[in-house]
Write a protein that binds this ligand. Structure first.
Ligand code: SF4
Length: 451
């Protein structure tokens, strides 16, 4: 990567200094009924950790966060704070809400830098858990259950854990060193990681994991199959590709794992990004950093766009253009079956616009690798896994649980964590129950033998 590109991928917001963080913490009113907490999907004890920070008590601040979150350095950076904790802070009335995300990020980063955390960990004798996928949901289940005395192993198909955190979200929004540090903390809880293992392929599948003695299995496999536009003429032209593929390759390039020629974008190209969600914003902002002229094409209005507002505003400030109520009705070929232009349906009528390249960001759905190799896991018509309420998060196959995007459709990192936390409780109750039954059966068998 050249120096200009390196700079452009540096984190947009470097975060607070210690003086700034404590000064911000001291502004908190310590509300008796804290609205910020109500706005946080995982009900972080926000006023408590802010208070600990305001006293300079960093260890306490981190301990309070750890009670609710396994990924605070990540949430502090990528959560939609304006809608959640910060959006609910009473100081919004004065236009100066406490910057909760930046405070959380500061505490977690300080803890990492100083290696502060010293958690007392229980014996891992409560049961054996396999977690498939190491994105936000998988890491949350693994962290929560390891803290509760379960022996947890995560199986990851890529060569490094992190899922969407590592391969989807761009470096300028979430530096990979932050993701690695959070994963190391989860490893320090005693969680085992097995990378380059695609469960559902070769010899490893759900049945073989049960045979290996796992008491319960968690599917946190997300939505890895991007939606295509194959019914639109020209969708197979060279130059039309998936945003997720582009982002994956840019992240690998930033890491030095692949060369620049593997990144599907040349300097100065005119790029269209189709979609209006966070993946579209990530692709657009990444493409502009690589020297492209970028326009987002979204089929609905600005108000209906699902992307985080701050992401949209930053994209605009970085020079990304937006066309609302605009759909692509045809990808038009130039030489060598390469994309040359798009036919657009716009509020002003149909028009043809030149594009060198288009990235699709129109959603994704779950892969069926596990479901198709396992009997008894039911999915809905779109491939999302069906789960039950008791034990919470169990699929229609006994002992197999699921949570996060593979159940609830693509959501934010923190909502996947929230769902996973609830499923972790369901799994703990399930494993405790089967262990109790096993123990009762043994006693009964002993009784019969003694007679
Ligand atoms: Fe502090 Fe705002 Fe939460 Fe009140 S709502 S406790 S002021 S962060």
């Amino acid at each position: 990567m050249n120096t200009e590109e390196t700079n452009s991928f540096q984190a947009v917001d470097e975060g607070f200094t210690m003086i700034e963080a404590i000064a911000e913490a001291k502004k908190c009113l310590q509300c008796k009924v804290p609205q910020c907490r109500k706005g946080c999907p995982i009900e972080n004890d926000i006023p408590d950790f802010i208070h600990a920070l305001s006293m300079g008590n960093m260890g306490d601040a981190m301990r309070i966060i750890n009670e609710k979150s396994n990924l605070p350095a990540i949430c502090g950076r990528v959560c939609p704070h304006e809608k959640q904790c910060q959006g609910h802070c009473v100081m919004n009335k004065k236009g100066t809400p406490i910057q909760i995300g930046k405070i959380e990020q500061f505490i977690a980063d300080f803890d990492t830098a100083m290696n502060l955390t010293r958690e007392k960990l229980p014996q891992k004798d409560r049961g054996k858990i396999a977690v498939i996928g190491s994105g936000p949901a998988g890491l949350t289940v693994a962290g929560d259950l390891a803290r509760q005395g379960f022996n947890v192993t995560i199986f990851e198909g890529q060569d490094e854990p992190g899922g969407v955190l590592m391969y989807g979200i761009p470096e300028y929004r979430l530096p990979k060193k932050v993701v690695r540090a959070e994963i190391q903390k989860i490893e320090a809880l005693g969680v085992n990681f097995e990378c380059n293992v695609l469960v559902g392929e070769n010899s490893v599948n759900v049945d073989s994991l049960f045979h290996q003695g796992y008491d319960a299995i968690f599917m946190g496999t997300g939505t890895s199959v991007p939606q295509n536009m194959d019914s639109t003429p020209g969708a197979k032209l060279r130059g039309v590709s998936q945003s997720t593929y582009f982002l994956h390759n840019v992240n690998s390039y930033n890491e030095g794992a692949i060369g620049r020629d593997m990144v599907p974008l040349r300097d100065g190209e005119k790029v269209g990004v189709i979609g209006g969600g966070n993946v579209a914003m990530d692709a657009a902002r990444t493409a502009i950093r690589l020297g492209a002229d970028v326009t987002v094409l979204y089929r609905r209005t600005q108000e209906e766009m699902p992307a985080i507002k701050a992401e949209y505003e930053q994209a605009v400030s970085e020079g990304v253009k937006f066309k609302w109520n605009t759909s692509v009705t045809e990808f038009i070929a130039g030489e060598n079956r390469r994309l040359a232009a798009c036919r657009l349906s716009t509020p002003e009528g149909e028009l043809v616009e030149r594009f060198d390249r288009v990235f699709l960001a129109i959603g994704s759905r779950p892969a069926n690798r596990i479901v198709s190799t396992t009997e008894g896991i039911e999915v809905d018509e779109k491939g999302y896994v069906k789960v039950v309420e008791r034990p919470y998060g169990m699929t229609t196959r006994r002992g197999v649980f699921a949570g996060g995007d593979v159940v609830h459709r693509p959501q934010t990192v923190v909502l996947a964590m929230k769902a996973a936390k609830d499923v972790a409780q369901g799994m703990a109750q399930y494993v405790d129950a089967i262990k109790l039954l096993e123990a009762a059966k043994k006693v009964e068998e002993q009784h019969i033998t003694d007679k």
